[in-house]
Each structure stands twice: as structure tokens, then as C-alpha cells.
Write a protein that binds this ligand. Structure first.
Ligand code: 5AD
Ligand code: SF4
Length: 456
């Protein structure tokens, strides 16, 4: 049921609980929601029980994403009636964008539905809901408006760690035939360079040492640079690297078609750009790549990686793979395995193809049986696992620069990140979070490395 309008006078600050699903873009968006709401006196809480507002910031990439959101909403409805006090419930992000009104129809407990492009209007949407008592559904606003509001000087960054995300690009015009992103996040949009540089400086002033530039198709970023030149992501990275106090730069997620010369060159010449690149290939079969509408061949991808390794030989490559795409034969899958052998990855994500409503591939008649998908995934993951293990193993005995990020499990222990994005544990002595230290790697586990500092 829609809530009764309330004139509430809060003595204690209102609390918001934000549950984030999915990718780093959503993590970034959730942080920004927290900031926008803090302007209205909301504090974020980790305890859903004490929240006045619960936001589910949803992701539509994974299978049955919408169903998972509906079961979470069922749990929240029961929590709300058990607690017997007012608690607003909002659904944000890509499921909100995709499902729209359907959410309120199926889960009337929901007060607000808003898409990824509209969270900057959250306070207004809450006001509107309070005035009308009716559910508010807002999924239709241009992305540039969102960034305009976030660029306003009144929005202060919440306290954050030493490594931060910064969204520079949203949306995608690529229309890979398996993917919902072009429908949920909309057309490609690049934030202006001066705004990005401004936000980066603010982050560094707040103690951030490493920035990861985010975008669904981040290397499609383009803009006019400070001297009016046309910039691509490589130029932007070079400009960002001039910010004093900023030590490390990364970016994700890239498309092979958008790795231009300036970006490849930056991997060789920009010392702050970390030697790690997540460059999804999805498949090693040209036939499958074509039906995926990826607009590149396996050979093109392999050549690209070779060009990047030429300027940055130690780069840690990462990728996404889909197995069992409609029509995938044993020979197609063998081509994927061959590509993995040729490229060698430091880490990767791999998935069974699953049809997403509204995408072209979902209605393809040649769906691959589940058991075949499972067998191929196991085979691929075993190879990728071996490659990851040998990449990590090769770090043993090396001295790596580690940016200390947070306390470890034991007293005196800190966890940091290597240039290759590995988690590294060590006893940090006097050194604290935010410092970069030299660490000799002693042992290698499945998900992390351990070492000791060799230099203050
Ligand atoms: N089925 C399986 N995996 C998918 N991905 C995106 N859509 C699908 C789908 N329909 C994977 C791709 C993408 C990553 C974020 O999720 O590999 O790169
Ligand atoms: Fe989806 Fe990435 Fe393809 Fe865009 S480039 S459609 S985000 S998989």
C-alpha cells in the first residue's frame, strides 16, 4: 500500500540503508546517493532494522536479477510489518529502469522506483512521495543532468578510503546481443574533462591516492580537453596523472574497439597508470563474436594485447567470458580456450550465457543445453584458475609497491593492493593506510599474497 503522508519532525537524524548489487558503477552510484541524502540530514547505516529509508540499488546483468529483487522486497515487507514503524522502501538502478511500474504492481510495499540516471533527484522524489503518499516512479531523465547536480559545490564527498571510483562515462551504444546495458543505462555519455579533473582533485584533497575511472564502456570516453583539443581516455589519464598526491590510476570496463593509440601509449608512458587491464573478449570464436555483435575478431583482440604488452610487458590482463552463447559449437568453444592459452590472463570472470529479456540473443532458437554450458564453464574456469595461480606465483620473490588500504585480520596487519590489483597482506609496523610501501612477496594463496616490507 502507498504510505500515508507524514509530517515528521525528526529529533534524531533519519537513517538510510543502501544495499548495492552488481558492478562498480553501482557502488559509485550508491556512494553518491549517500552524499545527496546527507545534504538532507540522512546518515547511512549498516543496520537495515534501524533504517527510515531502504534503497536497493539493483543490477540487471545477472540471471534472475529481477526475481532476486522481488524476494528481497518480500523480506523487507515482513521486516517492516514486524517492526511496526514507518520505513520507506526504494528500488534503484538497472532493475528499476527495466521493470518500472511493474515493481510497484508486484510489490506495493515499494515507495520509490528510480533508474540509474535519476538518483540525483532522490530528495525531490522523497518530497513528492511524502506530499502525495503515492508511489513515485522516475526512470526518464538525461544522464547529463545527474552529473550537473553532483558537480554542484554543496555536495560533499562522504568519508572514503584511499582508493575511490570516479564515473567518467555512462551508457553504451555497442548493443552486444546478449547485454541489457544499452537498454538499462541508455546511450553513451561522457562527462566533461574539467568536471572529472575537479572531482579527482576533491578526492585527492580528501585523502584518496588511487582513482579508478568507471564507465560501462569507459574507453569510449571522449571530450574536449582543456586547450580545446579532442581528448580520448589516454589524454584524460595523462591530465589526471598531473594531480599532485594522486598516485595511481585505473579504468574499467573497456571495449576492444575503443582501445585507441593514445590509450595504448598511456600504458607505456604514464607512470601512474597501473599495469592492469580488464578488457572483455567474451569469446575466441569469430562466428560467435559476430553473432554477439562485438565488432572485433579474435585476431584483432590478440593483436591488441600484443601492442599493449609491447609498451607495458608486465601488464596483468583480465577479461570477461561467456560460454554457451546461442549456436556455440565445440569448435567455437575450443577457439575460446585457444585464445585464453594465447593471451594468458592474470584473472578473469566467466559466465554461462543466460538469456536476458529484450535482448536479441534471448530469442535465438539455437540455445545451448545447460549441461553443455556447465561443462564448458568448468573447463574454462580451470584453465583461467591455473593462469591466475601462475601469475601470482611469478610474483613470489619480487618486490612490489603496495598501497595500504585497510587493516587486516590480525593486529598490526594491513592489506594493500599491488599494481596488478592483487590483495597483499603484511605487518605494516609504523606505516598506515594511504602509504605506499615496498613489499617482498613471500607466499601466494588463492586470493591474496603475503609479504614483508623491505623499506620504510
Ligand atoms: N549472459 C551471461 N553473461 C553476461 N554478461 C552480460 N550479459 C550476459 C548474459 N546475458 C557478462 C559479460 C559482461 C559481464 C559484465 O557480464 O561477460 O562483460
Ligand atoms: Fe554490454 Fe559492454 Fe557490449 Fe555495451 S559493450 S553492450 S555494456 S557488453
Amino acid at each position: 500500500m502507498p504510505q500515508t503522508p507524514q509530517e515528521s519532525i525528526h529529533t534524531a537524524p533519519s537513517k538510510v540503508f543502501i544495499k548495492t548489487y552488481g558492478c562498480q558503477m553501482n557502488v559509485y552510484d550508491s556512494e553518491r546517493m549517500g552524499e545527496v541524502l546527507s545534504e538532507r540530514g540522512y546518515q547511512t547505516t549498516q543496520a537495515v532494522d534501524e533504517a527510515d529509508l531502504v534503497i536497493l540499488n539493483t543490477c540487471h546483468i545477472r540471471e534472475k536479477a529481477a526475481e532476486k529483487v522481488y524476494s528481497e522486497l518480500g523480506r523487507l515487507r515482513r521486516l517492516k510489518s514486524r517492526n511496526g514503524r514507518d520505513m520507506k522502501i526504494a528500488v534503484a538502478g538497472c532493475v528499476a529502469q527495466a521493470e518500472g511500474e511493474e515493481i510497484v504492481r508486484r510489490a506495493p510495499v515499494v515507495d520509490l522506483v528510480f533508474g540509474p540516471q535519476t538518483y540525483h533527484r532522490l530528495p525531490d522524489l522523497l518530497d513528492l512521495h511524502n506530499e502525495t503518499g503515492a508511489a513515485v516512479i522516475e526512470t526518464e531523465l538525461p544522464v547529463d543532468e545527474k552529473f550537473e547536480v553532483l558537480d554542484a559545490p554543496s555536495v560533499q564527498p562522504v568519508k572514503r578510503g584511499v582508493a575511490a571510483f570516479l564515473t567518467v562515462q555512462e551508457g553504451c551504444d555497442k548493443f552486444c546481443t546478449f547485454c541489457v546495458v544499452p537498454y538499462t543505462r541508455g546511450a553513451e555519455f561522457s562527462r566533461p574533462a574539467d568536471r572529472i579533473l575537479g572531482e579527482a582533485r576533491k578526492l585527492v584533497d580528501a585523502g584518496v591516492r588511487e582513482i579508478t575511472l568507471l564507465g560501462q564502456n569507459v574507453n569510449a570516453w571522449h571530450g574536449s580537453g582543456l586547450a580545446g583539443h579532442n581528448w580520448s581516455l589516454g589524454h584524460l589519464l595523462d591530465a589526471l596523472s598531473e594531480i599532485e598526491g594522486l598516485e595511481r590510476l585505473r579504468y574499467t570496463t573497456s571495449h576492444p574497439r575503443d582501445m585507441d593509440d593514445a590509450l595504448i601509449a598511456a600504458h607505456g608512458s604514464n607512470p601512474k597508470l597501473m599495469p592492469y587491464l580488464h578488457l572483455p573478449v567474451q569469446s575466441g570464436s569469430d562466428g560467435i563474436l559476430k553473432s554477439m555483435n562485438r565488432r572485433h575478431s579474435a585476431a584483432h583482440y590478440i593483436e591488441l594485447v600484443a601492442r599493449i604488452r609491447e609498451v607495458r610487458p608486465d601488464i596483468a590482463m583480465s577479461s570477461d567470458f561467456i560460454v554457451g552463447f546461442p549456436g556455440e559449437t565445440d569448435a567455437d568453444f575450443a577457439a575460446t580456450m585457444k585464445l585464453v592459452e594465447q593471451v594468458t590472463y592474470a584473472q578473469a570472470f566467466s559466465f554461462k550465457y543466460s538469456p536476458r529479456p529484450g535482448t536479441p540473443a534471448s530469442t535465438d532458437a539455437t540455445q545451448v543445453p545447460e549441461a553443455v554450458k556447465a561443462a564448458r564453464l568448468a573447463e574454462l574456469q580451470s584453465l583461467l584458475g591455473k593462469q591466475q595461480a601462475s601469475f601470482n606465483e611469478a610474483c613470489k620473490g619480487r618486490v612490489l609497491d603496495i598501497l595500504l588500504e585497510k587493516p587486516g585480520r590480525r593486529a598490526g596487519q594491513l592489506i594493500g593492493r599491488s599494481p596488478y590489483l592483487q590483495s597483499v597482506y603484511m605487518d605494516a609496523g609504523e606505516r598506515t593506510v594511504g602509504d605506499t610501501v615496498k613489499v617482498a612477496i613471500e607466499s601466494v594463496g588463492p586470493n591474496s599474497l603475503t609479504g614483508h616490507m623491505v623499506e620504510a
